[in-house]
Ligand binder design. Structure first.
Ligand code: GLC
Length: 558
């Protein structure tokens, strides 16, 4: 594990490129650790759990939004970009958290939500008060409604969480919200909006933040010139690259060039990673060194645990990373998707929203298989060049909570879909730290999203006692990666049995995954990691790679 001193001692070049092969751990702050027993995770709670992060061996932490928010969308509805939600902490407590993480050599990445604010942001309440045609309304996207009194929406566009994308404000004006009505979209043509985000980036950089995760990075630039197209024309499959009215327009990169100038005011330069839902061939622009520097690759969120799909995804993304000059990113789980231990427990092609609606019963998950495959896939991605983004709880092998009652659901998807889609709460249930207690060590009171009784089996305290636990595997894998990871090259081995993915990394290090059910012969080499539950003695004599397992081998001949 590095210490703060190691970080201080790194060369300028290393300090500037720390992100290229970093393991970044995503924290969803309101569900991580609750220090005051109010049911909501908070910043002091995270600070008390820094030893967990240090023992895990992550390089950085990404904090999902912790800003003041009514939580209409889990904090992605931001009231004030330069403050902490008083229910979960203060700016001083934020500084304490950064200091505690930095003292362990762990960098800090915060979430920036630039496509929309919340409807409680001062500039939005000013806009409502100021009335139609006012300069205050020009910072957002207001349009007159159709019909004699503006009683009809400007277009038939629908929002991401369902329902219309326009909300009336009672005076004939409507505002655009690509997400929930509580998330009005900013007008990025407005210089004050641009300047205000520079102020926000400097505000957090000055407090020691090392990097930023940029929410919905592809949607900021919008062409809203009249006439506005209908939903059908907007989404027509033949909308050309860069020609959609608000998705992935070329002008968005001008915004990020401005941000890059702000990042480069700092030493080392601040980093960023784009959440850009764009076709793969358009991703490189977001990841370019003149832009945000890195972009998420979400392909593995959609891939089955299948050798051919993994290999193709890896090849494509390494090529894309090469094109942009960035390193690739690997993501198996995050706060928006069904956890990968559960995805892999279900038959390929399962309709996940329908499965959630069945309360997680139809089809029945094979959790043991899901666990094996999730461990194997994690060990595989941790052996790849580039950065790996881990989501809180995956180090415990946590499955999705599919049995949340309707009354407990918080995701706006549930309301906006009229109760036909449950949404993303099942991966946001607070972590089990201990096997007992009001909320299994999360806090002294009940958790804001109830934990099922079976969460106790996955408690950190239990897994710390068990050398075969998923937590033990993550710790071993991260430690081995730190020791083995050098250059970013990867060389495929093609003489492998069906269902196997095997590649070599610089320094005589090989990763081999058997996605199939039956064991296959192992090549020569010393097994230094297994995603299975082998003991050290068993590893020393292993000649076969069991099904649904990854091993890392050290070989002298690279
Ligand atoms: C991103 C976030 C998601 C949020 C949405 C709107 O996709 O990851 O959680 O709901 O943006 O801000």
């Amino acid at each position: 594990m590095t210490s703060a001193l190691d970080v201080v001692r790194t060369t300028d070049a290393e300090a500037a490129t720390w992100w290229r092969q970093a393991v970044v751990y995503q924290i969803y702050p309101r569900s991580f650790a609750d220090s005051n027993g109010d049911g909501l995770g908070d910043l002091p709670g995270i600070t008390t759990r820094v030893p967990h992060l240090a023992a895990l061996g992550v390089d950085a932490v990404w904090l999902s939004p912790f800003y003041p928010s009514a939580l209409a969308d889990g904090g992605y509805d931001v009231d004030d970009y330069r403050d902490v939600d008083p229910r979960i902490g203060t700016l001083e407590q934020f500084d304490d958290l950064v200091a505690a993480l930095h003292a362990h050599g762990i960098r800090v990445v915060v979430d920036i939500v630039p496509n929309h604010s919340s409807n409680r942001h001062r500039w939005f309440t000013d806009a409502l008060a100021a009335g139609p045609g006012s300069p205050e309304r020009a910072r957002y996207v207001f349009r007159r409604g159709q019909g004699p009194d503006g009683e009809l929406p400007p277009t038939d566009w629908t929002a991401m969480f369902g329902g219309p994308a326009w909300e009336p404000v009672g005076d004939g004006d409507w505002y655009l919200h690509l997400f929930a009505p509580e998330q009005p979209d900013w007008n990025w043509d407005h210089p004050e909006v641009r300047e205000d985000f520079h102020t926000t980036l400097r505000f957090w950089s000055d407090r020691g933040v090392d990097g930023f995760r940029i929410d919905v990075a592809h949607a900021l630039a919008k062409d809203l010139s009249e006439p506005l197209p209908s939903q059908a024309d907007l989404r027509a499959p033949d909308v050309l690259d860069g020609m959609h009215r608000f998705e992935d327009r070329d002008e968005v990169h001008e915004i990020y060039r401005g941000w890059r100038a702000v990042f480069d005011e700092y030493d080392p330069p601040r980093t960023a990673v784009a959440e850009a839902w764009v076709p793969a061939h358009r991703r490189a622009r977001y990841a370019s060194p003149e832009g945000l520097g890195q972009a998420f690759n979400f392909d593995l969120l959609l891939a089955d645990p299948d050798a051919a799909q993994f290999r193709r995804t890896i090849e494509d993304n390494l090529a894309l990373a090469h094109e942009s000059g960035a390193s690739s990113t690997w993501v198996l789980s995050n706060h928006d998707v069904v956890r990968h231990a559960t995805r892999y427990a279900l038959p390929a092609g399962t309709d996940l929203p329908a499965w959630l609606m069945s309360g997680g019963t139809d089809p029945a998950p094979d959790l043991e298989r899901g666990r094996r495959l999730a461990r194997a896939a994690t060990a595989l991605v941790l052996a790849l060049p580039g950065s790996t983004y881990l989501y809180q709880g995956e180090e415990l092998g946590l499955p999705e909570v599919a049995e949340l009652d309707a009354a407990d659901l918080q995701d706006p998807t549930w309301q906006r879909s009229q109760g036909t889609e449950k949404g993303r709460d099942g991966c946001r249930v607070p972590l089990p730290w201990t096997a007992h207690g009001a909320s299994l060590g999360f806090g002294d009171g009940p958790a804001h999203l109830p934990q099922p009784a079976w969460f106790a089996e996955y408690a950190v305290s239990r897994q710390e006692e068990d050398p075969t636990s998923t937590l033990a595997l993550y710790r071993r894998a991260l430690a081995a990666r730190r020791r083995l990871q050098t250059g970013e090259q990867l060389e495929w081995a093609d003489d492998v049995p069906a269902g196997v993915v095997r590649f070599r990394r610089p320094g005589g290090w090989t990763s081999m995954t058997n996605f199939g059910p039956a064991a296959v012969p192992l090549p020569a080499g010393r097994v230094v990691l297994s995603s299975g539950t082998h003991t050290d003695d068993e590893l020393a004599t292993l000649t076969q790679l069991p099904g649904e397992t990854t091993v890392w081998l050290e070989t002298t001949t690279a």
